[in-house]
Write a protein that binds this ligand. Structure first.
Ligand code: PSU
Ligand code: MN
Length: 307
């Protein structure tokens, strides 16, 4: 029994009416995008879930309470905050126990979604194995979370600032289904294409929902990662980004950036170095993932209702 868990009025109503809910993370707002675009996007993504026929539950920890669904005021407060904690599996409980505040990463949002009975979560990109991990050992807790927590996560693959080959290999080792939506090769966040073949391919949300339910029936712990390619019109070709990523990496090294700070630092530098183009692409793909998440959530609920 978790005492410090709060559902927003919208989520309370959705639960009472058995409407489909899609979880959304808050680290993308606090650490992934600059003010004030982050707040606009937070609202736009929520609206995209609603337009897709489901109810959005943005998740964060505020004064020790795990909030499932945020008021507009709370969302704005988060979006404006600087230096707020980025909570993952290791520190979610500690933040709740000590009355802390924090944005939830993919890992922490998955944990919160499971606790709240939400089976689908949409975001931009998951964390993964960082470039140079053989030296730094920097591997996101998101990967292990996917192996343990039964939530289907819709993302556009892992960010291209990561070592994608090692990230996909690790997910395979962990037995996480990586399902590519509608194509045979995995997307690479800002680009639709990559050299990596899709371990699994599905072409409609109903199949993804059936696979999710089937895993539960088999008693398999862990979630699914749905790799949804960025819309064609918004993509940035890999060759246009590799130099930018390399520059951002060198700067991160020069500035001694390590641990949790690496991902936000790299994203911010890449936004600057592309004059905001990478941000626009990031926004487009999150919206696209929100829409697909809404469809998958409704398909899962339809299966549960029929069963
Ligand atoms: N993808 C984005 N923007 C982000 C993140 C991912 O496009 O801000 C965040 C997610 O919350 C993800 C986290 O869980 O970065 C991974 O951080 P780390 O590499 O420190 O585990
Ligand atoms: Mn890390």
């Amino acid at each position: 029994m978790i005492t410090n868990l709060a559902f927003s009025p919208e989520i309370d109503a959705a639960r009472a009416e058995s409407r489909s809910i899609v979880a959304l993370e808050s680290t993308i707002i606090t650490h992934g995008m600059p003010w004030p675009r982050n707040l606009e996007v937070a609202h736009a993504v929520q609206n995209e879930v609603r337009a897709g026929g489901a109810v959005p539950a943005t998740i964060a920890v505020i004064e020790g309470t795990l909030h499932i669904g945020l008021s507009d005021k709370a969302l704005e407060h988060l979006a404006r905050s600087e230096g707020i904690a980025k909570l993952s599996r290791a520190d979610l409980a500690a933040a709740m126990a000590t009355g802390g505040n924090g944005a939830t990463t993919v890992a922490a949002t998955m944990i919160a979604a499971r606790v709240a009975g939400i089976e689908v979560f949409a975001t931009g990109g998951i964390g993964g194995v960082h470039l140079g991990a053989e030296e730094s050992f920097d591997i996101s807790a998101d990967l292990r979370e996917l192996a343990e927590t039964s939530v289907t996560v819709v993302a556009s693959g892992a960010k291209a600032i990561l070592d994608l080959a090692k990230t996909w290999e690790t997910l395979e080792t962990l037995g996480v289904p990586v399902i590519c939506m509608g194509q045979d090769r995995l997307p690479a966040f800002w680009s639709r294409d990559s050299p990596y073949p899709a371990p699994l391919r599905m072409d409609d949300p109903g199949e993804i929902a059936r696979a999710h339910v089937m895993r539960g029936a088999l008693g398999l712990p862990g979630g699914q990662l749905v790799a949804n390619p960025i819309p064609e019109a918004n993509q940035i070709a890999m060759k246009d980004l590799s130099q930018v990523i390399e520059t951002a990496r060198e700067e991160a090294r020069r500035d001694g950036i390590v641990g949790k700070a690496v991902t936000p630092y790299m994203l911010a530098r890449i936004f600057d170095l592309t004059n905001g183009r990478s941000l626009e692409a990031n926004i487009a793909l999150v919206m696209n993932n929100a829409r697909l998440g809404a469809s998958i959530a409704q398909e899962i609920d339809a299966i549960r209702l029929a069963g």
